[in-house]
Structures are given as structure tokens and as C-alpha cells.
Design a protein around this ligand. Structure first.
Ligand SMILES: O=c1ccn([C@@H]2O[C@H](COP(=O)(O)OP(=O)(O)O[C@H]3O[C@H](CO)[C@@H](O)[C@H](O)[C@H]3O)[C@@H](O)[C@H]2O)c(=O)[nH]1
Ligand SMILES: [Mn+2]
Length: 429
């Protein structure tokens, strides 16, 4: 029997993360969850993507974007794009449910995990980088407007030590590490893919019991290259991927290919007559590819595009961020206010607090149907967002971070202690 007052909840602030959310939702359905599936989205998500989401999720809920704008902390985390994860806080507003499990859009369930609803707020698994903190990619919570307001107030007063929701939630639920062991979910409910290589023997011993895999870090499954003919991840040489990581990535793509692609194709068919080919979805560089490799054309889709290879997105680096935006320094180590142009078409309302700036962009509840009049324009913009140019030739901040995580550390060169010290000083002074 479906349980209608409890839900798995995820978040997508753009079409790229929504691809992840679709695979997560499908994996929950494949493992026959009895709970509702809900997704929080922001105005930046295209109308076409909303239509697809409503095929997988019971509730597609439009919320305001909340951005920590904490460039300094996010730079230390090396993930400048994660300020918008504050939007996750909106999950506490879903008071139509009495209990929920939040799951990041980059998670994938490997079996039925409905037993998570037996736990209480705030239950979560340890973070592999700092196990006295919980990882906020999977957590059990009770929706409550009171808690939501307290969290916003807390964010306003204290900010987040990592600039994202995880730093905030760990300070807010600060007794998680010490008070109640029943709120410690086993790591198997949030197996971070990097733990596979940082503690390989443990993975070999316990990994078979994994229940949820979490592709945390800047490299996401939808950025990998995949060959549907051989059903394998294409090694592009940019990162060494272990066999176990590869299996999880291939499972992600298998789910995407078998269940999500057909939905996208259906959507394409229903709108194809309205969309002249050249405007349909292909960026210039994809059209070139299409001419060279006929196989590509069957999978050129309004949203997913070029699925043989990769769903590409770009993530700004710290340098790009500071170059593109005006940074205004106020007193004190954390008192930094940054005006970042909103990516949304809606005019942002920027709320300025004494210590932190949280940006909220107006939003409304989404009704679920896909109107046709603006679709063409939105599809085109969503595709150009997803099919951007190939990455830079110079190793990106993400590549460098990945190398560092994999233990390839240039102790005598750029990673020499004095360079790291200088970098830290520049953040902390
Ligand atoms: O542009 C974005 C970025 C994130 N998200 C959502 O926010 C989640 C968290 O971002 P993610 O890229 O998955 O972060 P992680 O690499 O998992 O990094 C860690 O740090 C984040 C910031 O504190 C936490 O939100 C994560 O749970 C934690 O695992 C995503 O899964 C999405 O649901 C978006 O919708 N749009
Ligand atoms: Mn994540």
C-alpha cells in the first residue's frame, strides 16, 4: 500500500542536476518504494524538464532559490557552485508529509531503503571526509515550518562553515555526533564513491551490502562518457576510475538509458512537429558530430542530448567566479558580500544580513503540465546549457582536486606545503 504522508525528497536547481534526480527517482521506483517521490525545483529548470520530472515524481514543487553566496568558504571546499545547496532547506516546508528522507540528486539506491522511515530527525550517515560530521546527501527529517524558519535564522546569524548546506546543518543539529547512536545511519546508506578508493579493503569487505551510492564531488555521472552499445563508461583519460566506481557509474547510466531516455524520446516525439530540426536541440558542435557519426542522431534529444557520450555541463571555477562577479569586502573574516548575477530569468530579491547574504528568487507551486508555447525557446536554452563546449585544456580545479583526492600530490611543486599555507592564509586572513 502506498504511504502518502511520507516521501523521498530531492532537489534540482538546473536541468543537469535534474538528470541525476530522474535516475534517483527511477531507482527508488525500480526497488518498489511504497513512499511518495517529491522534487524541489527552482525557476531555472526548463519547462520541458518539468514535464519529464512529473512522469517520475509524484510532486514537483517550485521553490525559491537560496544561495549562501559564501565565496570564501566555498573556495576552501573547492566547490564554488554549491552555495545554491542552501535551497535544500526548503525540504522542511513540505508539511504535507509527516516524515521524509532527503536524498541528493547524485545518489542512487541499490535496493529498497524504506526502512529509513523508521528513523527520527535528524538521522544521517557519517561524512567520509570528517566522520564527526554527517553527510547531508541522505538524511531523515520531519517537515516543519518552525524548523525551516529556525534554519534560515541560523543561516543568517552563523552562515555555514563550508558555504553549503552540510556545514550549516551540522552546526544546527550539532549533537548528532555524540548524543543518539540511532541517528547514525550506517555508511552503507550513503556510500560516497570516493571511499571506494580511499579505503579499498573496507569497500571490498563491506561494499556488497551497500544500499545507496553517492557520487559526491565535482565529477558527476552525467558528466561521464558512456557508450550504450558496449554499456561501458568511456575512459577519457582525465580521471582514473576504479572498477567498482565504474560499476556504479554504469548502473547509473543503465538506469538512465533504459528508463529515462525513453521518457525524453517520448517528449521529443510529442513536440517534434513543432520543432524544426535546426532549432530542436543540437548545438553546432553536435551537428558536426551528427554528420560524422550517424548513430548520434537517434539520440539527439531535447534535454538529454548526445547521450552516447556525455551530458555536459560547465561548472565555474573559483577564478571564473571572482572574475565575473563583483566582490565587496566587508569587515571580519566571514563578512563578505558578493553580488552574483542571478542565473534565473526572475529578478532576484537579495536579502542582506549582517554577516551573510542569502539570495532568494521568487517561485510558485508548479502545476505539472507542459505548455507548448514557450517550450521551443526553453528547450533550446536548456540544451545549450547542457551541451556546452569541451572543458579547458589546462587542468581544471576539479581535475586538480580529483588528483589530490586520489593521492597524486605534487609535494615538491604546486602542492608544496608553503603554497598550501599561502592559499589557506589568503582565505583566512
Ligand atoms: O547547482 C546545483 C548544485 C547542487 N544541487 C543539489 O544539491 C545537492 C548537493 O550538491 P552536490 O553537488 O551533490 O554536492 P556533493 O558533491 O554531494 O557535496 C557535499 O557538499 C554539499 C554542500 O554542503 C552537500 O549538499 C552534499 O550533500 C555533500 O555531499 C545535489 O545533489 C542537488 O540535489 C543542485 O540542484 N544544483
Ligand atoms: Mn551529492
Amino acid at each position: 500500500m502506498p504511504v502518502t504522508d511520507q516521501a523521498f525528497v530531492t532537489l534540482g536547481t538546473n536541468d543537469a542536476y535534474c538528470h541525476g534526480a530522474l535516475v534517483l527517482g527511477q531507482s527508488l521506483r525500480n526497488h518498489r518504494t511504497s513512499r511518495m517521490l517529491a522534487i524541489l525545483i527552482t525557476p531555472q529548470v526548463s519547462r520541458a524538464m518539468r514535464a519529464v520530472l512529473s512522469n517520475v515524481f509524484d510532486a514537483v514543487v517550485d521553490v525559491d532559490e537560496i544561495d549562501s553566496k559564501d565565496v570564501l568558504c566555498l573556495a576552501l571546499l573547492n566547490r564554488p557552485e554549491l552555495g545554491v545547496t542552501f535551497t535544500k532547506l526548503h525540504c522542511w516546508t513540505l508539511t504535507q508529509y509527516n516524515k521524509c528522507v532527503f536524498m541528493d540528486a547524485d545518489t542512487l539506491v541499490l535496493c529498497n531503503v524504506d526502512e529509513l522511515f523508521d528513523r527520527e530527525e535528524l538521522s544521517a550517515a557519517p561524512d567520509s571526509g570528517w566522520p564527526d560530521c554527517f553527510n547531508s546527501g541522505v538524511f531523515v527529517f520531519r517537515p516543519s515550518l518552525k524548523t525551516f524558519n529556525l534554519l534560515l535564522q541560523f543561516a543568517n546569524e552563523h552562515g555555514s562553515f563550508d558555504g553549503g548546506d552540510q556545514g550549516l546543518l551540522n552546526r544546527f543539529f550539532s549533537n548528532w555526533a555524540t548524543t543518539d547512536i540511532s541517528k547514525h545511519l550506517p555508511f552503507l546508506y550513503n556510500l560516497s564513491s570516493n571511499a571506494i578508493y580511499t579505503y579499498a579493503p573496507a569497500f571490498r569487505y563491506f561494499g556488497k551490502d551497500a544500499k545507496v551510492v553517492h557520487f559526491l564531488g565535482s565529477a558527476k555521472p552525467w558528466n561521464c562518457k558512456y557508450n550504450p552499445q558496449t554499456r561501458t563508461i568511456v575512459d577519457d583519460g582525465s580521471a582514473s576510475v576504479s572498477q567498482s566506481q565504474r560499476s556504479f557509474l554504469e548502473l547509473w547510466w543503465e538506469t538512465y538509458n533504459s528508463s529515462i531516455l525513453p521518457l525524453l524520446e517520448k517528449l521529443q516525439e510529442s513536440y517534434e512537429p513543432e520543432l524544426p530540426k535546426e532549432e530542436l536541440n543540437l548545438s553546432e558542435n553536435q551537428i558536426e558530430l551528427e554528420e560524422e557519426e550517424a548513430v548520434l542522431s537517434s539520440n539527439s534529444l531535447p534535454i538529454s542530448v548526445n547521450t552516447e557520450y556525455v551530458i555536459e555541463t560547465t561548472v565555474g571555477t573559483c577564478n571564473e567566479l571572482s572574475a565575473n562577479n563583483s566582490v565587496q569586502k566587508v569587515e571580519g573574516s566571514h563578512d563578505v558580500k558578493v553580488a552574483v548575477p542571478s542565473q534565473s530569468s526572475t529578478v532576484p530579491i537579495v536579502q542582506t544580513f549582517p554577516q551573510h547574504t542569502i539570495e532568494m528568487v521568487g517561485g510558485t507551486l508548479y502545476s505539472g503540465t507542459c505548455g507548448s508555447e514557450k517550450l521551443q525557446e526553453e528547450v533550446t536554452s536548456s540544451v545549450s546549457e547542457l551541451s556546452t563546449e569541451p572543458g579547458p585544456q589546462e587542468p581544471s580545479a576539479e581535475d586538480e582536486r580529483r588528483k589530490w583526492e586520489e593521492g597524486h600530490i605534487d609535494y615538491l611543486g604546486k602542492d608544496a606545503f608553503e603554497n598550501i599555507q599561502k592559499k589557506l592564509d589568503s582565505f583566512l586572513l
